[in-house]
Design a protein around this ligand. Structure first.
Ligand code: KG4
Ligand code: ZN
Length: 347
């Protein structure tokens, strides 16, 4: 039995968890930074400062909820990249310090591998079967949109990625245009429930690569439409992050945007699932919490679709504990140790 204490601070969530054998969540405490709501986006220095304030109490709570202590933990792990450098340094240095003080090994984790390995996690006594490999995996977060072939544990091959914005970034930017708050993904999803996804036809970029995506055209189309709908009178009005009453057309714009972006992603996933002989399709990252995206992919692929529950899709410490365990089990080679803001999932 390997018990890992794992720390995640790459962006705006301070997460610490205790995970057994890379799968069983004993505790998973996440403190989301709400200070960024005011700025409508993440200010890196503010994020780092908040992590510094939160990481120790969050870690203590994680140990307490797991009814364990540092002495009974075998390994301490932390995200070392990719992410905001100041934010990463807080969590990684904290975890390294704990490991050193307690005489335990430290394992650095690639955050994107964490999003993939969230699919191995479970709570409670009943262990569900592990996802079968090889798999096609879509990792869609606030900073990444990677479609990869997972040939085996920790063996990832890049099939496609975004040429501009990440999917979550597109969700966040459109939410701001439509007058919703931050982070935008869950708010778009909620607003879209009362809207018509076919109200506005948006363009889908057609790229030379079969698996890459680009969202800048879609974003511009939403911007133009919103300007038209608002009329010239509101130009020069309050800045987009200022709360304003939701416009009557907002749910239709949200639903149409959501349908378009989800179809673009689902088309690529279905194409990859058909082309490669895989046994599973997996999703990960904050945008995978979107239920409409899951449904769109499920509609197009007949293979088993694995998606973590929404709270394990967005950043958390448990996924880092899972990835750390499988890194250790499947060869220490290539385990990152130094903090780097840029760290790809696959080449
Ligand atoms: O993985 P994550 O928590 O952090 C990063 O690693 O970036 O992803 C955050 C992103 C944000 O852009 C957020 O708007 C998006 O995931 N997101 C969603 C949903 N929940 C979170 N996007 C669409 N629908 C959701 N339900
Ligand atoms: Zn993430």
């Amino acid at each position: 039995m390997t018990r890992i204490l794992s720390v995640e601070t790459s962006c705006d969530e301070t997460g610490v968890a205790v995970v057994e054998d890379g799968r069983h969540i004993l505790s998973n405490v996440v403190a989301s930074q709400t200070v960024h709501e005011r700025t409508g986006g993440i200010v890196p220095e503010v994020a780092a400062r908040e992590h510094l304030r939160q990481v120790d109490p969050v870690a203590r709570e994680a140990l307490e909820r797991a009814e364990t202590t540092l002495e009974h933990v075998d390994v301490v792990a932390a995200t070392v990249g990719p992410g905001l450098i100041g934010a990463l340094l807080v969590g990684a240095n904290y975890a390294r310090g704990l490991a050193f003080a307690a005489g335990k090994p430290f394992v650095g984790v690639n955050h994107l591998e964490g999003h993939v390995y969230a699919n191995w996690l479970y709570e409670g006594d009943e262990a569900p079967p592990e996802p079968e490999l090889p798999a096609v995996v879509l990792v869609v977060s606030g900073a990444h949109s990677d479609l990869v072939l997972m040939e085996d544990h920790r063996r990832f091959r890049l099939l496609g990625r975004t040429l501009d914005d990440a999917a979550g970034e597109a969700y966040d930017k459109v939410a701001r245009l439509v007058g919703l708050g931050f982070p935008g993904g869950p708010l778009i999803e909620r607003a879209a429930r009362s809207g018509d996804g076919k109200a506005f036809p948006f363009p889908k970029a057609d790229l030379a690569s079969r698996y890459d995506v680009s969202f800048s055209g879609l974003k511009t189309a939403v911007l133009r439409l919103v300007r038209d709908l608002e009329g010239s009178s509101s130009r020069g009005g309050p800045p987009p992050s200022t709360p304003r009453p939701l416009a009557p057309w907002a749910p239709d714009v949200a639903a149409s945007f959501q349908r378009t972006i989800n179809e673009m992603l689902a088309e690529r996933v279905a194409r990859a699932a058909a082309e490669f002989e895989v046994r599973t399709v997996m999703l990960g990252g904050g945008v995978a919490a979107n239920l409409a995206l899951r449904a769109e992919i499920q509609r197009r692929v007949s293979l088993p679709l694995r998606v973590p529950p929404p709270k394990l899709c967005t950043d958390n410490g448990a996924m880092i504990g899972a990835a750390a365990y499988f890194s250790m089990r499947h060869g220490a080679e290539g385990i990152p140790t130094l903090v780097r803001s840029n760290m790809p999932l696959a080449h």
